[in-house]
Design a protein around this ligand. Structure first.
Ligand code: IPE
Ligand code: IPE
Ligand code: MG
Length: 244
């Protein structure tokens, strides 16, 4: 029986972990296989990571699955990824429901296939009553795109007289972001040795701790997540103040 994550015990681990799941292509290449082989192996890692969350005290897990820039890849890779997302949702719905996982998607849906959008909507609805782990999947997500879309909606509210320009402050914009119901990530992990954030959660990660690790995403394990959570517990987050 999974236990609740809000137990208040033990060292302070991250409540919200966000992961840039990178390195699938290189993992496949190292095995002489096509890139999509790596993406399938990568998708299979997600379940173990989600299942590890309750014991690590992680209430929110956000994963970067497809960026607004990833459309630049070959048509074969993009189509393969889109079909993988459809398969992932169909295959994982039952386990996610049973394990108390609430799933949300962030990103711009407009460019996605209607069949995929339908599956995403259904998974969100079918898991809406769950509360053990909140899994957010960033699909056709870009931080700049998200801020631009949020700003557009904010401007519409100003134009319609629902919001005064002088009332816009740091608390206002996040209410228009795709992540409006989520806390900011405490820890952002990027696999595959690249030390960049590639347009992920730009606003939300302003004060997140970062871990850039060499492991390629298809090799990432729950044990590694646990190690990173322990490291996080040893860091002092100062938020601009003086340390203790
Ligand atoms: C991450 O792996 C998955 C997506 C971006 C969809 P990559 O496909 O970027 O793998 P590398 O970086 O080429 O190894
Ligand atoms: C970031 O990885 C996007 C995802 C993991 C979905 P990329 O592989 O697309 O990022 P870049 O191109 O190396 O910056
Ligand atoms: Mg990559």
């Amino acid at each position: 029986m999974p236990r609740d994550t809000d137990n208040g015990e033990g060292p302070q681990g991250p409540k919200h972990v966000a992961i840039i799941m990178d390195g699938n292509g290189r993992w496949a290449q190292a095995r002489g296989r096509p890139r999509l082989f790596g993406h399938h192996a990568g998708a299979r890692r997600v379940r173990e990571v989600v299942e590890a969350c309750p014991d690590l005290g992680i209430k929110y897990l956000t994963i970067f699955a497809f960026s607004t820039e990833n459309w630049k890849r070959t048509q074969v890779e993009v189509a393969g990824l889109m079909s993988l997302f459809r398969r992932y949702i169909t295959k994982e719905t039952r386990a996610l429901k049973e394990r108390g996982v609430r799933v949300r998607f962030i990103g711009d849906r407009v460019r996605l296939d209607p069949k995929l959008i339908d599956l995403m909507d259904r998974l969100e609805k079918e898991t809406a009553h769950n509360d053990l782990v909140h899994l957010t999947i960033a699909l056709n997500y870009g931080g700049r795109d998200e801020v631009a879309r949020a700003t557009r909606r904010l401007a519409e509210d100003v134009a319609a007289g629902r919001l005064k320009p002088e009332d816009v402050d740091e608390e206002t914009l996040p209410r228009y972001l795709d992540t409006c119901v989520l806390p900011d990530p405490d820890l952002v992990i990027r696999t595959s040795g690249e030390a960049r954030i590639s347009n992920f959660l730009l606003w939300q990660s302003a004060y997140s701790e970062y871990e850039f690790i060499d492991t390629l995403w298809p090799d990432f394990t729950a044990a590694e997540l646990e190690r990173l959570c322990r490291n996080y517990g040893r860091r002092e987050r100062r938020f601009g103040a003086v340390g203790s």
